[in-house]
Design a binder for this molecule. Structure first.
Ligand SMILES: [Cu+2]
Length: 199
């Protein structure tokens, strides 16, 4: 009975869709084309402090939104802070403090960390050292980023400045995040950087 229904549906929709051997409906080609992501508008080639590639970050325009898609490899498993920084420069500079040339977080002056325009969801690296991340945002357009910013991957997890008031710091009298946390999210060293360029 169920099979007959499927076949009936196939026959009824034969003009619009193709039916596979299984009798199930396959989406028409046009619909497939609409649902795939087009060409990225911008790309950041991510290099580590040795200048070796660890992957790419692509930026797509999706209507009023921007889709960010990262594919990386060769990193240590776990969460890694992932931000846009305010300079389009990825010089390693000092070995102890690499990629300082990229400056602070994109639009870091106005807000505390967690609310910076360039704060992005963290990369989650799996046991084989790879990570894939894809999300949409209305915080920036690809146009905002090209030749003005860089993408940074950090050594450590990002706490997004979320330090509850019950925590105190030796660095300040008030409780909650101290200045360093409110600026950086304690994501640690900068381990890979890529300037955002038009693609
Ligand atoms: Cu950062």
């Amino acid at each position: 009975m169920r099979m007959r229904n499927v076949l009936g549906l196939c026959a009824a929709s034969a003009l619009l869709t193709a039916c596979g051997d299984s009798g199930e409906i396959e989406a028409p080609l046009e619909e497939n084309a609409d649902s795939t992501i087009g060409q990225p508008s911008a790309v950041a080639q991510m290099n580590d402090t040795n200048g070796d590639s660890v992957g790419e970050v692509h930026f797509y325009e999706e209507g009023n939104l921007t889709r960010v898609s990262a594919t990386v490899e060769g990193l240590s498993p776990g969460y890694h802070g992932f931000h846009l920084h305010e300079e389009s420069m990825c010089e390693v500079n000092e070995e102890e403090d690499p990629f300082e040339s990229a400056g602070g977080h994109y639009h870091s002056d106005d807000d505390e960390h967690g609310s910076h325009t360039g704060d992005m969801p963290s990369l989650f690296v799996i046991e084989d050292g790879t990570a894939q991340l894809s999300f949409t945002t209305d915080a920036f357009s690809t146009e905002d980023l090209i030749e003005t910013t860089s993408v940074m991957i950090h050594e450590d997890p990002d706490n997004f400045g979320h330090i509850p008031d019950r925590y105190t710091s030796d660095e300040q009298e008030t409780s909650g995040p101290d200045e360093e946390t409110a600026t950086t999210g304690d994501a640690g060293d900068r381990i890979a950087c890529g300037v955002v360029e038009a693609s």
